[in-house]
Design a protein around this ligand. Sequence first.
Ligand code: EPZ
Length: 428
Amino acid sequence: MQGKKILDKLIIKGQNLLNGEVEISGSKNASLPILFATLLTDKDIILNNVPNLRDVTLSIKLLEYIGKKIEYLNNNKILIRQLSNIKYDAPYDLVRQMRASVLIIGPMFARYKKALVSLPGGCAIGIRPINLHLEGLKELGADIDLVNGYVSVFCKNFLSNKIIKLKYPSVGATENLIMSSIFIEGKTVIENVAKEPEIIDLCNFLNKMGAIIKGIGTSKIEIFGVKKENLKSIEYTIIPDRIEAGTFIILGALASESLVIKNFEAGHIEKFLEKVEATETKIEKLSKNILKVYGNKNIKPVSIETSPYPGFPTDMQAQWMVFMTQAEGKSIIKENIFENRFMHVAEMMRLGANLEIKNNTVLVNGKTELKGANVMATDLRASAALVLAGLVASGKTEISRIYHLDRGYEAIEKKMTKINAKIFRVKE
Ligand code: EPZ
């Protein structure tokens, strides 16, 4: 599997006029914390709209390793049950493949007052430490040790009525600390939390199970401790994936007559949609969950800089860069969240993009004609950007290492082919 997955590639024949409808799948970044949140209870949980992604499969593998039994009731609906014996660790070979595995620390701390999780290690876009997670856990009474590359968390007694001030609104730290607190007697306050829609989805899921979380969607979250046995068996539907939606919206502007994007929440990507409209791309909100985007032959250059929600999402930065290579003029892209999230720049230059990189800023000189070439995916959103570039470029583009893409885009060739893209996977 290791060797095989590396060799899979996508072949794209560019410049086909795209048309039709795209159905957005469930959110990867809401699914992962919610999947791990099921560790807080031994009751049966049913989740709807769970996307079929490599990261979800890896999360399910980790849950099964720990002691959950997962059954697919249909393609996107899963039943999660608990077996008797629970393990308290997340092994290196699972965690190194998906750093979101650190999200088991919160539920394990809350329920068992212990966890042993391999340090995730870095990834292509940065070293991605978890110091903010661990500092918060210490405030809640955890003893933290680092042994042989593993984080060992142990707690004799929770500390109640604590106020945790996050130094930075980290998405993962916010999720881990909310989950850590739900059984702590009294009121735990977390300030300067991240406010991404995926965090709101996690909090809604936890409250539906019986947790008491207030201030959802604001920078200050209050968690009132409940008893473990009070959590109920529930069914919950995951929100749509706003980053998949944004990716297809850019594709619509770049390479279609028009695309209808279905089953997504416009409210989750307001800042992004503002920027799309600033490029003078026509978009029509046909309903709360359906948007029509029209091809744009005269894209205005629009500079962006990434910031925590509700700012411009870092997960849309690479895709925006492709978009701006087709704009009539210069634009600047500033990445403020990750220290190494320009791995796609060199690959895009191979396709003819005219980019100048300086520290955490890229100057995009548009409009440049892109020509097909062999390129390599380096991380999830970079690979999505290369697919967009391949669909815009003349000739054939081959993208290798597309297991990165499979982490976050469900059935991407099927969805693309449905809107007339010439794209297929070569399984080596
Ligand atoms: C989540 O990652 C997402 N992943 C990322 O999506 C997304 O890019 C990121 O949030 C920002 O929105 C999931 O939700 C599974 P952070 P996370 O903690 O939680 C630094 C994708 O493509 N930091 O908000 O890891 C960190 O190094 C992925 O779907 C610390 O320094 O993001 C980074 O520079 C990529 N110490 C910044 O904060 C910490 O303890 C943002 O990280 C934690 C984070």
